[in-house]
Design a binder for this molecule. Structure first.
Ligand SMILES: [Zn+2]
Length: 97
């Protein structure tokens, strides 16, 4: 019997994205020191850290499934969006002539 709980409501339109609800659950386990694995294929999850934005992201090293960037707080996680600091810097401008 498969008790993976893969029937989370919503957030399933992007198959390669770990939903915020799932990421929150995994993050709680991770902070407790427990091993966390990919909800899709049980592959090992790596935690990416963006030190500048104090944001975290769970990425499966097996299938590439990843959570959105999120900030951590005592009440859980707060999703930051696709990439807090990895957007092109605003001062990159092309001078047209
Ligand atoms: Zn995976």
């Amino acid at each position: 019997m498969d008790a993976d709980g893969n029937d989370l409501p919503g957030d399933e339109d992007s198959p390669n994205v770990i939903s915020a609800a799932t990421a929150s659950r995994l993050w709680d386990k991770f902070r407790e020191g427990a091993g966390v694995t990919c909800p899709r294929d049980d592959g090992p999850l790596a935690v990416a850290v963006d030190g500048a934005a104090k944001a975290y992201r769970l990425v499966c090293t097996s299938c590439g499934m990843a959570s959105p960037w999120f900030g951590s707080s005592v009440t859980g996680i707060a999703v930051r969006g696709p990439s807090p600091t990895l957007v092109p810097p605003p001062d990159v401008q092309r001078e047209s002539d």
